[in-house]
Design a protein around this ligand. Structure first.
Ligand code: NZQ
Ligand code: ZN
Length: 383
């Protein structure tokens, strides 16, 4: 196992009715800005619960943070904060609202000239407004991690800082009952790929991380199709919600190599062609497994055996079956697994490679060896 330092100080309030916990989480003397997206929280009772919990607080709201949160929208919130003096942010929504709020928290305190530098030049985040989160879409893990992904035009870029990790996260599975089948499936697939990118590298004898990751994969494979069949089953929703949080709260990725190739190529698919985040991943991951099968061989065999019970056949046959089983799982979730399914052909590959190069994504993978040649092979395999 590699050396690591692990610290996650997000307090989790899990279960029905837990939105009321924000009343005591946010200090009484804070002026709170509640941030949300396109209005789903007004249709599923979440907004009312937040309103009730904040009865004794001084607060206002900012709405309209879009999926793949847009820089220009977020800067409008920064302007409101600077004009009206808010000193606590509450993100209510999915990963986009929480990520957007993290950027706003950092940008509102940014001392440099251009807050876009936070994502485009990794300008250091020295201070940030405190924030909390009420999660309504289990997927990204953003509710208890320090990462965020922001979009400006075709540029979809990330940043991370412990200063923007939410102080608390409310995870009430009943808030997820209003999700569409598409968003529910997206969430399961995104969480699944987060686990895979921290697991499917090379062995470092990190047994806790491996077996914890395998538990999350098995849960998602078991519960994922159920959420499409029985969307009102609260126990299924609860298990998915907790799995997605654990998938990217830092625990399983500590002390092990990580490979975020699928996410980095996926971000270009979203930035250039508007493909949903999770659907970009279900297209790219099987191709990464295929093209990187030599460097990932030992973990691919472990994955084949422990997740799908594949014990028979040659190494190549077992790897083929593991990739096939992964694709079958994605298909059972109704997400695409090839570029052609989202109407992209070979001409898209040049666009994607140019974007990867422009964003400096030319040394990806657990060994830093996934260059543009490898990215081309991955994208051609994904056709
Ligand atoms: O805007 P509203 O009205 O809230 O509607 C949203 C949005 O249209 C809707 N929704 C959310 N909760 C709902 C609901 N609809 C009905 N009922 C509910 N309970 O779902 C739509 C999608 O929401 P979004 O927040 O965009 O989805 P998701 O949570 O998948 O977030 C995706 C974003 O997170 C980033 C992605 O790149 C993408 O920008 N990621 C962030 C990460 C992180 N911070 O660690 C890691 C991830 O890999 C990912 O990159
Ligand atoms: Zn993701």
């Amino acid at each position: 196992m590699n050396n690591f330092t692990f610290y996650n100080n997000t307090r989790i309030h899990f279960g029905e009715g837990q939105i009321s916990a924000i009343a005591s989480e946010i200090p009484q003397n804070k002026k709170v800005l509640v941030l949300y997206g396109g209005g789903s929280i007004k249709n599923n009772g979440v907004y009312e619960q937040v309103q009730t919990a904040l009865t004794d607080h001084d607060w206002d709201e900012f709405s309209g943070i879009e999926p793949n949160p847009q820089y220009d929208t977020l800067m409008k919130a920064v302007e409101k904060i600077n004009n009206e003096g808010f000193d606590y942010l509450l993100a209510v929504g999915g990963g986009s609202v929480i990520d957007g709020t993290k950027f706003i928290a950092a940008a509102a305190c940014f001392k440099g000239n251009d807050p876009w530098d936070i994502v485009s030049k990794y300008a250091p985040v020295d201070t940030a407004l405190p924030l909390g989160s009420v999660l309504t879409l289990p997927a990204t893990g953003s509710e208890s991690n320090g990462g965020a992904v922001i979009t400006r035009g075709q540029d979809k870029l990330g940043f991370g800082s412990p200063l923007v990790r939410p102080a608390f996260a409310v995870l009430d599975p009943t808030t997820t009952l209003s999700l569409s089948a598409r968003q529910s499936a997206n969430g399961v697939v995104d969480a699944f790929v987060h686990v895979m990118e921290q697991y499917l590298t090379y062995p470092v004898n990190a047994k806790v991380q491996d077996r914890f990751a395998e538990a999350l994969l098995l849960n998602l494979i078991e519960e994922g199709p159920k959420v499409l069949r029985t969307p009102d089953d609260l126990e299924v929703r609860a298990n998915i919600m907790w799995s997605a949080t654990q998938a990217l709260n830092g625990l399983i990725g500590a002390g092990v190599p990580n490979d975020w190739t699928s996410h980095m190529i996926g971000h270009e698919l979203t930035g250039n062609f508007g493909i949903d985040h999770a659907r970009s991943l279900s297209i790219v991951l099987p191709a990464v497994m295929d093209v990187c099968r030599v460097e990932k061989e030992a973990k691919l065999l472990q994955y084949a055996q422990r997740i799908f019970g594949i014990n028979e056949g040659s190494t190549e046959e077992r790897i083929e079956q593991a990739i096939g089983s992964t694709i079958a799982f994605f298909k059972s979730m109704g997400v695409p697994t090839t570029l052609s399914e989202v109407d992209l052909d070979i001409s898209s590959i040049e666009v994607l490679l140019n974007s990867l190069e422009a964003h400096g994504m030319t040394a990806l993978g657990e060994h830093g060896k996934n260059d543009l040649i490898k990215a081309r092979a991955i994208l051609e395999t994904a056709l």
